[in-house]
Design a protein around this ligand. Structure first.
Ligand code: DAK
Length: 261
């Protein structure tokens, strides 16, 4: 897992910690970093030793300050399209990883950085974090799913205000509008993310994985279709040993001993 130039990757006891590592450019997303992230997502998707993924940024200042503006500026239309397609493919791979993904937002999460955080399943923010979609200040609009995921998370009114103004908001405001799940002191951010990961890992693995699929698929369906889909994946849980163990443990008034099968 350590063949990367712009990523630091560790797998400790089932938690894959991915640190985007271009601190001098505030971890801005360049083509090489996106390609590495693309490859890493493919590896993680097939790695059964990884149970939860945490994504954070290196240094004290930024999660990701957006796509790399210096690299983007001279692109031709076709190059821009390919560049954007790579980014969109990476973000969709993150969103659809079988494992839950937590963004530990340790500073600026702007443009593509905010969009990356939104492609994760949950967002925990340091009190120093700042969020925004400043693309309109550069003559573009959010292109890594921001116009879609932000409005789904916080509603169209708030999403439009953030996107039309390009203004930044602090972590507390991001929490207030539902963009982040919780705000933690800067020092405790990673331990809080790990502790959330461990709580998830203590649950029945297939049930967690299928829950993610049901939420992700359902958000793009009408309610009736989503509920019908839920019934299908709900039924699948009954093919697992963990379902029998979870219910037996409840009836025997003991803690369940899940095996992930
Ligand atoms: N790209 C490249 N370098 C960046 C950068 C970025 N996004 N953000 C910061 N840096 C670099 C700075 O240039 C500076 O480099 P040096 O001058 O030291 O060499 C270094 O990081 C430190 O930044 P500052 O000196 O500016 O630090 P400050 O504390 O003063 O300010 C800041 C921090 C985050 C407020 C500021 O750096 C800033 O405003 N950064 C830009 C934020 C931004 O506009 N981000 C959005 C980028 S647009 C697409 C899909 C998606 C996208 C594009 C296309 N397609 C489908 C085609 C995505 C677009 C975006 O994300």
């Amino acid at each position: 897992m350590n063949q990367y130039t712009h990523l630091l990757v560790e797998n400790n006891d089932g938690i894959a910690m991915i640190t985007l590592n271009r601190p001098k450019a505030l971890n801005a997303l360049n083509y090489d970093l996106l390609q590495e992230l693309n490859q890493l997502c493919e590896d993680i998707a097939h790695d059964e030793t990884v149970k939860v993924v945490i994504i954070t940024g290196s240094g004290d200042k930024a999660f990701v300050a957006g796509a790399d503006i210096g690299e983007m500026r001279p692109l031709s239309a076709m190059e821009g399209r390919n560049w954007g397609r790579l980014g969109q493919s990476v973000f969709s791979k993150i969103e659809n990883l079988p494992q839950p993904v937590i963004a530990a937002v340790n500073g600026f999460a702007l443009g593509g950085g905010c969009e990356l955080a939104m492609a994760c399943d949950m967002r925990i923010a340091s009190e120093k974090a700042r969020f925004g979609q400043p693309e309109v200040t550069l003559g573009i609009l959010p292109g890594f799913g921001g116009t879609q995921r932000l409005s789904r998370l916080v509603g169209t009114g708030r999403a439009k205000e953030l996107i039309f103004t390009g203004d930044m908001i602090d972590a507390q405001e991001a929490y207030r509008i539902g963009l982040v799940n919780k705000v933690i002191t800067h020092e405790e951010l990673l331990s809080a993310a790990k502790s959330l990961a461990q709580r998830i890992m203590s649950r029945a693995e297939t049930a967690v994985t299928l829950s993610k699929v049901a939420v992700n698929k359902g958000i793009n369906m009408d309610l009736e279709s989503g509920i019908a889909y839920e019934a299908e994946v709900f039924g699948l849980c009954f093919s697992t040993q963990d379902q029998k163990e979870g219910m037996t443990a409840f009836l025997e008034k003991r803690k369940a001993n899940f095996i992930g099968k």
